[in-house]
Design a protein around this ligand. Structure first.
Ligand code: F6P
Length: 566
């Protein structure tokens, strides 16, 4: 089926292939095995079912796969021409066929001496020109050379954006808390709920605040509404419209709309239609991050992505981290009828990572038709969710351990703490007493314990042998056999954050390529937006509104209008 000459946008039914069938037939065999037996039969898998890429050490040995399963999954990837599709993406072919666009977030992290020309345009030159402008601007902010309207240096940068124009920078800013150098601190506003803007502006001095209005299209309701409200706040405080040029810059692909909004396009940082919103944190959308950590650290962040890009582009599928992890996700999604994956960073600084991944993965792969417009014949789109460990342990891990559903998990952990504190335990808790005094070691002992317990559990015999009352034995049995991947790195550095993001970006690509869907459009968000516009006039009109199409929405609107005195 793999055919280098095949149109990359013309899809076929992957579920009709022999490779798919082979996996379907293989699944019951694996499902009948417990990870305890799998490890007993294949004792080296803990050392061997691992892959190292850049600074990431990835162990997928606790997944419910045999070596044979992996071979079959890779066969499926080849049948779907994942390699050809991947190469088409890196080459700038218009693989986003519904919008007729290239998909080139990987070009955002190419080094300056790389070459890539797409549709007659020197992409690398364009990218680095904008990076240089971002560098000059953030240098001026950080040094205090850029002054606000009243002559004071900027202290707070507020990024106003939503979706891909918010989640990436907000997540990375938090993850790289320790790399914030200089005096610029960032805040993020996204929700059209006024509570977001009001709470974010609380306590800020307009004279030392600068807004980055970040929007690929510059038409997004939430962002334009928040930006207008922020401008009003600023102008009211500083007494003149002239203040806007010193306190507002834009990041967008749409110069016309930026200028209509009243931001001088000299203060606009550009990106391009070949960067999807959810793939844009490494474009000018990362301006707030650069302002906080500086252009050098931002360069390291980009270099991290590039390490994984190169690996994804060149490593054989059998040893290719995003390919293997994407395939394992698909294995559960399609052959085990498992719908979700939980991502558990044992790093408080990565608290927003799951939220970030939700847009990346679910907006990309939540599709029901193939690129050819045919209905898919297998489920698509894993549901991603998660919380940092150990908080999740005291919330939803009960279901992970003993619930009836199998939820595969990705554990992310670091050898070196971003912060560490001594354990000053006055108690005789054996756990803390055994520790050498590091809270980080305590955190990581939980990381290892959870993956171990999920995989191997505790049998009824083991529980009973501890002298547990017979009636309580079934309640204390830990079934185990719950799969996880352990992703580890030495430290949460800018480069490692870039590597982690790219690791997930390319997993999304792999699964999307096999399903034959377009992972780079998002038509499903449009209807809600247009109906909200229509309903705004319905809920606010002075006259009794005309009936809507259904009795539920009608009744809800009537109820709301009554509460609002209309
Ligand atoms: O929710 C849809 C969406 O278009 C996302 O894909 C995007 O990241 C977000 O809205 C924000 O869009 P923009 O950057 O154009 O304001």
């Amino acid at each position: 089926m793999a055919d280098g000459n095949r149109d990359k946008n013309q899809e076929f039914d992957i579920t009709a292939t022999a490779q798919w069938q082979a996996l379907a037939e293989h699944q019951p065999e694996v499902a009948a095995l417990h990870l305890r037996d799998v490890f007993a039969e294949d004792p080296n898998r803990g050392d061997e079912l691992t892959v190292d890429v850049g600074d990431l050490h990835i162990d997928y040995s606790k997944q419910r796969v045999l070596r044979e399963t992996l071979t079959k999954l890779v066969d499926l990837a080849r049948a779907a021409d994942v390699e050809g599709k991947r190469d088409a993406m890196f080459a700038g072919e218009h693989i986003n066929n519904t919008e007729d666009r290239a998909v080139l977030h990987t070009a955002l992290r190419l080094p300056a001496d790389a070459t890539l020309s797409v549709d007659g345009q020197d992409v690398v030159g364009d990218v680095h020109e904008v990076l240089d402008r971002m560098g000059a601007f953030t240098d001026a902010l950080r040094s205090g050379e850029w002054k606000g309207y009243t002559g004071k240096p900027i202290e707070t940068v507020i990024n106003i954006g939503i979706g891909g124009s918010d989640l990436g920078p907000a997540m990375v800013y938090q993850a790289l808390r320790h790399y914030v150098t200089g005096s610029i601190h960032c805040r993020f506003v996204s929700n059209v709920d006024p509570a977001d803007l009001v709470a974010t502006l609380d306590g800020l001095d307009p004279e030392t605040t600068l807004f980055i209005v970040a929007s690929k299209t510059f038409t997004t309701l939430e962002t334009i509404t928040n930006a207008s409200a922020a401008r009003q706040w600023l102008v009211k405080a500083l007494g003149s419209d002239d203040a806007v040029s010193k306190h507002f810059v834009a990041v967008s692909t749409n110069a016309e709309k930026v200028s209509e909004f009243g931001i001088d396009t000299a203060n606009m940082f550009e990106f391009w239609d070949w960067v999807g919103g959810r793939y844009s944190v490494d474009s000018a959308i990362g301006l707030s991050v650069m302002a906080a950590i500086g252009k050098e650290a931002f360069g390291e962040f980009l270099a991290g992505f590039h390490i994984v890009d190169d690996h994804f582009r060149t490593a054989p599928l059998e040893a290719n981290a995003p390919v293997l992890l994407g395939l394992i996700g698909l294995w559960y999604d399609n052959f085990w009828n498992v719908a979700s994956r939980v991502v558990l960073p044992y790093s408080n600084d990565m608290s927003r990572f799951s939220a970030y991944l939700q847009q990346l993965t679910m907006e990309s792969n939540g599709k029901s038709v193939t690129k050819s417009g045919d209905h898919v014949t297998a489920d698509t789109g894993e549901v991603f969710w998660g919380e940092p460990g150990t908080n999740g342990q005291h919330a939803f891990y009960q279901l992970l351990h003993q619930g009836t559903r199998m939820i595969p998990s990705d554990f992310i952990g670091f050898a070196t703490a971003t912060d560490d504190l001594p354990v000053l335990s006055a108690s005789d808790d054996p756990l803390t007493a055994q520790s050498d005094g590091s809270m980080h070691d305590l955190l990581m002992s939980n990381y290892f314990a959870q993956t171990k317990v999920l995989a191997f559990g505790k049998t009824a015999e083991e529980v009973a042998a501890e002298g547990v009352e017979e009636r309580l034995v079934p309640h204390q049995v830990m079934p185990g056999n719950r799969p996880s991947t352990s992703i580890m790195s030495h430290e949460l550095t800018p480069s490692v954050v870039g590597q982690l993001i790219a690791l997930y970006e390319h997993q999304v690509f792999v699964a999307g390529a096999i399903w034959g869907i377009n992972s780079f459009d998002q038509w499903g968000v449009q209807l809600g937006k247009s109906q909200a516009k229509e309903l705004l006039s319905v809920i606010t009109s002075a006259d009794s509104p005309a009936a809507q199409s259904d009795s539920s929405t009608d009744a809800l609107v009537r109820w709301y209008r009554k509460q609002r005195g209309r």
